[in-house]
Design a protein around this ligand. Structure first.
Ligand SMILES: [Zn+2]
Length: 85
């Protein structure tokens, strides 16, 4: 984790794990922390991590960088009872 960038980003439950920078872009690799999710169909709380999804989201510019990108590792859970993701 990069404490300074995590603090700058200021999103609860979101950690900046690493970053890449070039002359135009700042890319923050962030991880969204959620230990479990509730099934939208049956309400079962799932702790089974199904797969990770990476999203590239354009965020507000920070400092002199023209563009700041958030690359989000959003965890997806699969319900153990009915299989809904
Ligand atoms: Zn379910």
């Amino acid at each position: 984790m990069v404490p300074l960038l995590t603090e700058l980003l200021g999103l609860p439950g979101v950690d900046v794990e690493s970053y890449e920078a070039n002359e135009n872009d700042l890319i923050l690799d962030v991880e969204v922390h959620s230990a479990s999710s509730t099934c939208s169909r049956c309400g079962t709380v799932s702790h089974h991590l199904h797969q990770n999804h990476w999203h590239l989201v354009r965020d507000l510019p920070i400092s002199h960088y023209g563009k700041t990108w958030l690359r989000v590792n959003r965890r997806q859970f699969q319900c153990a009872v009915c299989g809904v993701r």
